[in-house]
Design a protein around this ligand. Structure first.
Ligand SMILES: *[C@@H]1O[C@H](CO)[C@@H](O)[C@H](O)[C@H]1NC(C)=O
Ligand SMILES: *[C@@H]1O[C@H](CO)[C@@H](O)[C@H](O)[C@H]1NC(C)=O
Length: 642
């Protein structure tokens, strides 16, 4: 029995002591987070653990300092400090190494060089690592300064160096990887050259010679090269060799292209292209021969053509991107390019982005579409062209569409929305004024839209090739609008009689298609004006903006006015209906009269009828017995009795 009790006791005790133990075990990893840090991987100087921790991206509060600017392999040692900038922040772990650097200051190898001696051995414990060439801390003391002496004992191991260290701040969550010291030059080697761009600038394109010594195509007209959006020059050097200069203003400082196409027409596509492309990866500007396809260019595959056709200058690079200007200068041997067009041709220029040395598609917006000489020019002659070809069909499309929507569309809409109740008793060929106006406006709109639609299909030669937003949306919206525009007159023609029970439904469908077309047309007009081919000046967009705004204000005003006068209108409509009715009756009397004079009281009786139907019921029985047997009462049925 005793044993049993003892057992129970021990179980209880185990429970009693185990619980805090488990808690401590659980607590411990959190508590000892800094202890887990394992610094560092030789070479990359990344932390070995913890794995998920990201290095701090803010400037490090710790620095690797050296005073010396030079050292000699096998010579004297130099002092290196790892120090806290403001002494309030301290570091615990670190690893320090020296690495060789190239002439331009970039790291040439991750391997550690030389050997360190800890000058603060009495305070902090460090060990050598990475084959005794690097040094790292093994104590857990907080440090704000630790001094080393470094020496490259091997005379043959030459090279400029930098010191670098990974430093973990006290607390263990902040650390900085590969903090670099200033470079220390090897006295035996040529000095470092760390200028960012060591290539000489290629000379600007001389525009003084345009038209005299060489042919030029410049946009804007007569520009001086640094201000030209596009510039291409050509000068015959020998046989079928030409010196070509290409230049363009770019929107970036890297990875851009400027290209020149020799073409039969003013459109980019199926032409020989000379491209000047900046390759951001190799930081070089290359020239190649290509072919334009739709809105981009492909480089001719045959290396033989590229090598034989393009000859660079004897000295310096073929081209350069400097600031926001890209320019190339090269000699092209046209005989080496298969299918190089002879004779008078349009010269087209395109520019845009490039990726890894390959030119990208050109844009479709204002200032993005290629420019073309309005007339054909010959590379043999020293032309001086500054103008660019216009796309008259695109302009016609735009003008017709704006006329259709901004003028006829808005006007037609206003008539049907707000003028239905005006001039209730005036007619034009038997139709109410608003209807006549609305009908005519809409007929004009449909006509103009159909013409503009055909024009743009002819110009583009099929469906639009602009395949990115917002330009991609223009043809899609256009086709939807076109369908609405075609459906609506058909619906209007097939509509049932005014008093048919389906008439309101048809009216709503008519309204729906009209409204959808109109609502899509407004954004589509703005997208359209943004197309480069339309060549719309920037202020034209504002005029359209103001016009649309004005239209909206007019609509709102009319809407408010209609709302306020709705009640009044209803009463007035009743009145006008009746005055209208009496008017007609009098006309009817006039028609009939000469034969018979209706008595005054009969007329009064007629006017007492409150609705058309009762009046019409009443009419036959009171029809004059003599006179014309057929009396036109058509007008009466058409009166708006509400
Ligand atoms: C390293 O720190 C010590 C003590 O502050 C200082 O005397 C020495 O000049 C420093 N050395 C370097 C290279 O900064
Ligand atoms: C651009 O430069 C990179 C790196 O040098 C190279 O790999 C690539 O082929 C170049 N692109 C072209 C089109 O030459």
């Amino acid at each position: 029995m005793n044993g049993v009790f003892d057992d129970v006791k021990t179980v209880k005790m185990v429970h009693h002591h185990l619980f805090p133990l488990v808690l401590i075990l659980l607590w411990n990893p959190v508590y000892s987070a800094p202890e887990q840090i394992d610094c560092c991987v030789c070479g990359s100087l990344e932390l070995r653990s913890p794995k998920g921790l990201q290095p701090n991206i803010y400037p490090s509060p710790f620095q690797v300092l050296v005073k010396e600017k030079q050292y000699a392999p096998g010579g004297l040692s130099i002092n290196v400090n790892i120090t806290s900038l403001d002494n309030t922040r301290t570091f615990v772990h670190f690893m320090l190494q020296a690495v060789f650097i190239k002439q331009d200051g970039s790291i040439s190898s991750d391997d550690s060089v030389g050997e360190f001696i800890n000058l603060d051995e009495d305070k902090y414990t460090t060990v050598k690592d990475c084959g005794t060439s690097a040094v790292k801390s093994v104590d857990r003391l907080k440090k704000s300064l630790i001094r080393f002496s470094w020496k490259n004992g091997d005379v043959k191991n030459k090279g400029h160096i930098k010191f670098r260290a990974t430093i973990v701040e006290d607390g263990g969550t902040n650390y900085w990887v590969r903090e670099l010291s200033h470079p220390v030059e090897d006295v035996n080697l040529p000095p470092l050259d760390m200028r960012p761009n060591k290539q000489p600038l290629i000379p600007v394109i001389n525009t003084e010679e345009c038209g005299r010594v060489k042919g030029c195509y410049r946009v804007p007209e007569g520009c001086w090269e640094p201000y030209c959006d596009y510039i291409a020059t050509w000068r015959k050097t020998a046989g079928n060799s030409y010196e070509i200069e290409l230049g363009a203003m770019t929107d970036g400082v890297t990875d851009r292209y400027v290209a020149m196409a020799i073409s039969d027409d003013i459109r980019w596509g199926d032409d020989v292209v000379l491209q000047c492309v900046h390759n951001g990866t190799s930081k070089e500007t290359q020239v190649n021969v290509g072919r334009s396809v739709d809105d981009h260019s492909t480089v001719l595959e045959e290396q033989r053509v590229q090598d034989n056709a393009i000859i660079g200058p004897t000295e310096g690079p073929l081209g350069q991107i400097w600031g926001k200007r890209l320019r190339c200068r090269f000699i092209v041997s046209t005989g080496a390019i298969p299918g190089f067009p002879e004779g008078d041709k349009h010269i087209l220029m395109s520019r845009g982005g490039a990726s890894n040395g390959v030119s990208q598609r050109h844009g479709h917006g204002v200032g993005e579409i290629p420019v073309a000489t309005p007339d054909q020019v010959s590379l043999q002659e020293n032309h001086n062209v500054g103008d660019f070809a216009r796309f008259s069909l695109v302009k016609a499309h735009g003008i017709l569409m704006i006329l259709a929507w901004a003028f006829f569309g808005t006007t037609g809409l206003l008539w049907t929305k707000y003028y239905k109740t005006m001039w209730p008793n005036k007619r034009f060929y038997g139709e109410r004024y608003w209807f006549v106006a609305h009908f005519n406006c809409m007929v004009m709109l449909v006509l103009l839209v159909v013409i503009a639609f055909i024009i743009i299909f002819v110009e583009v030669g099929g469906y639009s090739r602009a395949d990115y937003l917002p330009y991609e949306a223009h043809p899609i919206l256009g086709i939807i609008i076109f369908c609405c525009i075609l459906l609506n007159p058909i619906i209007a023609l097939l509509r049932p009689a005014e008093d048919h029970k389906c008439r309101p439904v048809v009216n709503w469908i008519h309204w729906f298609f009209g409204t959808v077309g109109w609502c899509l047309a407004i954004p589509n007009m703005f997208i359209g004006m943004d197309f480069g081919k339309a060549m719309v000046p920037w202020w034209a967009t504002w005029i359209l903006c103001i016009y649309i705004l004005y239209h909206i204000i007019v609509e709102i005003t009319l809407e408010v006015h209609q709302c306020c006068t709705h009640k009044k209108n209803k009463e007035r409509r009743k009145k006008t209906c009746w005055s209208n009715a009496s008017n007609l009756i009098i006309r009817f009397i006039v028609n009939v009269s000469g034969i018979l004079e209706l008595q005054k009281d009969t007329l009064n009786k007629a006017l007492n009828h409150k609705s058309a139907s009762t009046f019409l019921d009443w009419l036959p029985s009171h029809k004059p017995s003599t006179g014309p047997s057929k009396i036109t009462v058509w007008h009466l049925t058409n009166v708006d009795y509400k």
